[in-house]
Ligand binder design. Structure first.
Ligand code: UD1
Length: 422
């Protein structure tokens, strides 16, 4: 298994090209199951989660060709409408094939998913929503099997809890259902809007994109299209926090207006800590100067609030600020596995229920640490960059699920970071 070695303590200066958004690319690739026409998708990031989705779709008879950072996908009827544990266990987003398969073929069987170990991550909302659209489910031996008599029908579905994945699965299914589907209390993440915009290009009729109430009028069939994936706001936010933690000046390139505005908004509170974020067209200039003593309190929330996917990285970035901060995690119940690793590096951290309390310290020390999930692994990279001496990060396969060329991008900004191949 590869490791990452970092010798910390340097400010970051340079420019970074932001990749396409993983969390938009995965549902958009699943949408290929809705049509037998060609989809050509560009700005695909090269990540192990994308590889997992490619393998899963290929097992379902989707022919996939890669050219540069584009993928062409053509889906023909598979021999088996089942996705095995081996293909699904690595990544929770695999469950997004359930809605499209049932919508197109009337049945599907998918293993219950794996993914990051950040608390129990049930799929009851996906299943309940599809049930309301006429699907009968059986759960047996770790597999969810759904079947409809006749065709999938539109329904009015109120999600009991805001869920990105359930909103996407139901939108995907509803594009081919008979009649109108209304999804209430839908998640509003921009990656869902990206999926909707592509489905609209495929001929789907969707209203209320980006709102809590999404209305889909089902079509008999969908067409092919070409589509460019939006920039990755979590990757961008991670680099903002690298600059915050290490000081320096970095230009983040290839963003869009919505991602720029979102990042400026969610990091507003860090302004009092001398973080400057300036929009320059589709780029963001990020600068961190000196430190001031403050108390900072941040809570994770669904979009447009502070993303849970940046909570671990924010924790690291705040480790050396003067004063005390606290971060409350409100989306996942067990997303603090980075805390014990950061303490091994000298961080003054305390977890109390769903909060982590950070007392700033002057010095972090490099150490050998273990990545436990995707975003926890990038929080260790940030801490390593901020620490005195050498840090070795183990289990970087977690990092490779969601960050394209992270060491190369940070190296370009002067970081001393290397991959140790095994
Ligand atoms: C997506 C993102 C992930 C992000 C998360 C929250 C992708 C590929 N992944 O994950 O990076 O951290 O949104 O922003 O886009 N829940 C239920 N029942 C369900 C589904 C979810 O109770 O059927 C709960 C979850 O346990 C969690 C909350 O709802 O507490 C939000 O989860 P959800 O938005 O569904 O996350 P994912 O779609 O898995």
């Amino acid at each position: 298994m590869d490791k990452i070695e970092i010798v910390g303590g340097k400010p970051l200066t340079g420019a970074i090209n932001i990749s396409g958004a993983k969390n938009a690319a995965l549902p958009i690739m699943a949408a290929s199951l809705l049509t037998n026409k060609r989809l050509t998708i560009s700005n695909i990031p090269f990540l192990s989660d994308i590889e997992s989705m490619i393998k899963l779709l290929q097992s379902l008879n989707v022919r996939i060709k890669r050219s540069g950072n584009s993928l062409s996908l053509i889906s023909s009827k598979p021999n088996s409408l089942s996705a095995s544990y081996d293909l699904v266990r690595k990544m929770r987003a695999s469950f997004l094939i359930l809605g499209p398969l049932i919508a197109r073929y009337g049945k599907a069987s998918v293993s219950l998913p794996g993914g990051c170990a950040i608390g129990t991550r049930p799929v009851n909302l996906h299943i309940e929503g599809l049930r309301q659209m006429g699907v009968n489910f059986e759960i047996e031996n770790g597999y969810v099997s759904g079947k409809i008599n006749g065709s999938l029908r539109g329904a009015e579905i109120k999600l009991e809890k805001v869920s990105v994945g359930a909103t996407e699965n139901l939108i995907l299914a509803a594009t081919l259902a008979r009649g109108k589907t209304i999804i209430k209390n839908a998640a509003r993440e921009p990656e869902i809007s990206d999926l909707c915009n592509m489905l609209i290009k495929m001929g789907a009729e969707i209203n209320g994109v980006g709102t809590k109430k999404i209305i889909i009028k089902g079509k008999k069939k969908l067409e092919g299209c070409t589509y460019k994936i939006m920039p990755d706001r979590i990757e961008s936010g991670t680099f903002v926090l690298c600059v915050f933690g290490c000081t320096g000046t970095v230009l983040l390139k290839n963003l869009n207006m919505e991602v720029c505005n979102h990042l400026i908004k969610i990091f507003k509170k860090l302004k009092s800590l001398e973080l400057k974020i300036l929009k320059e067209g589709r780029n963001l200039l990020v600068k961190r100067l000196n430190d001031k003593k403050i108390f900072l309190s941040i809570k994770t929330k669904e979009y447009p609030g502070f993303p849970t996917d940046l909570q671990a990285q924010l924790t690291s970035a705040l480790l050396k600020t003067k004063g005390k901060s606290e971060i409350e995690e409100n989306i996942f119940e067990n997303r603090f596995m980075h805390v014990s690793e950061l303490i091994r590096m000298g961080a003054k951290l305390r977890q109390k229920g769903s909060k982590v309390i950070i007392n700033g310290t002057d010095r972090l020390n490099g150490a050998e640490v273990m990545a436990t999930d995707l975003r926890a692994s990038s929080s260790l990279v940030i801490a390593g960059l901020m620490a005195h001496g050498k840090t070795i990060i183990n289990r970087v396969y977690h990092l490779d699920r969601g960050y394209e060329n992270i060491e190369k991008k940070l190296k370009q900004c002067g970081a001393n970071i290397n991959r140790l191949k095994k």
